[in-house]
Design a protein around this ligand. Structure first.
Ligand code: SF4
Length: 328
């Protein structure tokens, strides 16, 4: 639920600020601030408490519009991300944003046009294929009814060369606004899917698996490019049966020929983020990992290898028809 709304003085009159305030029914009910960081970066904020009544900040982004994707996300294309929205309406226990930010407040940078201009410059300076993720710091569709972020960038990417892809990852089923747009060539909606048990235990607030599958089917039917993300894959007693069941359902329910690609990754956390997340859930069994000197915290290598091999076998009916990327 959205709690207090803060608006930077400089963007109060911005048309996008005004439409967002209207959609939130908060046109007269917001707190004026100088810069978003004074709220977002305050010390000693309680992430868990904020998740109940999410503060929302409307601001202007001034720099670092487009950044390279970390190595674990790289494919054959040059990978970048841009974040007009920080943080998420949902509350997945494994979300690494909890380790990355001091605050659960949602920040919307209303100057989308400036992001679009910088993306264009990046593309003009390379001859390689490019992939831009708009969901590294958020869920790309969870707040679409308020932000219209995905709709804006999907349309912008249609003006760019065809070797450019926009990837929007989501665990929501908010596709209503997208279905009003003609299916784009340069954008892919990538739905993260998890077994029912993982959804129920760890993915609070997200759309259930059936709703996500229905959203995929509707988009495919309308001619949209759709991908699937199986990341993070989580290890627990019975994980193999649960993921096998999920893959079988995907194969049965979704048109594999029309699937753009599948992303696969085993649960992992950058070390500094993991320490913060562990403090939020000290007794949570799925966060029990052996001590490690690596940059990323994950399962011991013998378990990871076993998981990868098993998931590759499960995905054979899919990998015959579309590309499977392993992000490990
Ligand atoms: S949907 Fe993604 S961004 Fe949102 S809480 Fe879950 S993991 Fe985090």
């Amino acid at each position: 639920m959205i709690g207090k709304v803060y608006v930077e003085k400089e963007v109060i009159k911005h048309p996008r600020t005004q439409s967002i305030l209207k959609r939130l029914n908060k046109e007269q009910d917001f707190i004026v601030i100088d810069r978003w960081g004074e709220i977002f970066n305050r010390k000693n904020q309680n992430f868990r408490l904020q998740k109940k009544y999410l503060p929302l900040i409307l601001a202007r982004k001034l720099n670092n519009f487009v950044l390279p994707l970390p190595i674990s996300h790289k494919r054959e294309a040059e990978g970048y991300y841009f974040s007009p929205v920080l943080n998420c309406l949902f509350d997945c226990k494994y979300c690494f944003l909890q380790g990355m930010f001091n605050s659960a407040a949602i920040v919307i940078f209303v100057n989308y046009e400036d992001f679009a201009s910088k993306i264009k410059i990046v593309i003009e300076n390379t001859s390689r294929k490019t992939l831009f993720s708009a969901s590294y710091d958020n869920d790309a569709l969870a707040l679409e009814h308020i932000t219209e972020m995905a709709s804006f960038f999907v349309k912008k990417f249609e003006e760019l060369p065809s070797n450019t892809t926009l990837e929007l990852r989501t665990k929501s089923a908010q596709i209503k606004k997208l279905l009003n747009i003609s299916p784009p060539k340069n954008s892919v909606i990538s739905f993260s899917l998890s077994p029912e048990r993982v959804y129920r235990k760890l993915e609070k607030g997200t759309a259930n698996v059936t709703k996500r599958l229905n959203a995929i089917k509707k988009l495919q039917l309308a001619g949209w490019r759709v991908a699937i993300t199986l990341d993070p894959i989580i290890y627990y007693a019975g994980w193999e049966q649960d993921y096998k069941q999920l893959v079988d359902t995907i194969v049965r329910e979704i048109s594999m020929e029309k699937l753009d690609y599948v992303n696969v990754g085993i649960l992992r956390f950058p070390k500094p983020f993991f320490k913060k997340i562990k403090k939020l859930y000290p007794t949570e069994p799925f966060l029990s990992f052996p001590p490690s000197l690596d940059e990323y915290i994950s399962y011991p290598s013998n378990i990871t290898k076993r998981m990868l091999s098993s998931i590759q076998t499960m995905l054979r009916p899919i990998s015959r028809l579309t590309t499977v990327y392993l992000n490990c």
